[in-house]
Design a protein around this ligand. Sequence first.
Ligand SMILES: Cc1cc2nc3c(=O)[nH]c(=O)nc-3n(C[C@H](O)[C@H](O)[C@H](O)COP(=O)(O)OP(=O)(O)OC[C@H]3O[C@@H](n4cnc5c(N)ncnc54)[C@H](O)[C@@H]3O)c2cc1C
Length: 224
Amino acid sequence: MTETMGRYDVIIVGGGPAGLCAAMYAGRGRLKTLLLERGMPGGELLNTEVIEDYIGFEHILGRELADKMTKHAQKFGAEFLTDTVATVERDGDGGFVVRTELERTFHTPAVIVTAGGTPTKLNVPGEKEYAGQGVSYCAVCDGAFFKGADLAVVGIGAVPNTELAREAGLACDDGIVVDDRCRTTDPRLFAAGDWTRPPDAAPGRRPRPESGHDPADPGTRARH
Ligand SMILES: Cc1cc2nc3c(=O)[nH]c(=O)nc-3n(C[C@H](O)[C@H](O)[C@H](O)COP(=O)(O)OP(=O)(O)OC[C@H]3O[C@@H](n4cnc5c(N)ncnc54)[C@H](O)[C@@H]3O)c2cc1C
């Protein structure tokens, strides 16, 4: 049975670093904030043993940083709920209805999607077994750990978790296009983190118009 759970000023989908940061700022801005995360908050940080390139922390475990970010966001009042967001759709009032897999329904005038991405796998023998122990998915993050070692570098990238984007009607071939204010092509539907690409970042992506990308331009709006 569908359970209607109430209204929030903003709903954040995904509790990785981008979602936790959004929740911290939204809560601090005194917005009634809900963060929906399908697992433990932390996202890809939870798959990262040690982090040495987050400024201010010379050496910190991924799960420790995730815990600090979570507590920081909660300190300013953001509510957290463990559930998977199934759909984000427009309601009749210009806001959104957010539905979850556990059949909860929320209403909100603004949504920030930070559903992250998944590193593309090579599917070669040993990849799974050695993930995090020699097999890495981020050259900038982990390259320094392998100083002096013989390395093979294969550039494939990550795929954004785009099911939600498709449901919401957003363009998402190689990431959800946002401008420098995290606006998508759909007004009041924002996106941040690994789920996104700036308009001119990906090869083949149309260049940013001289006047700047205007996601609110009706010509670029998503269908509903
Ligand atoms: C092995 C590895 C090591 C890395 N090391 C470093 C490093 O040392 N330094 C560095 O700067 N970066 C590192 N990165 C990259 C960094 O972790 C990511 O850039 C960062 O986590 C992206 O944050 P995000 O919030 O955009 O997405 P994610 O961290 O991917 O978080 C997305 C969250 O959304 C949730 N979610 C997705 N769909 C739904 C849904 N429908 N409903 C509810 N929740 C949903 C997911 O469960 C997840 O928790 C590393 C990445 C990997 C894979």
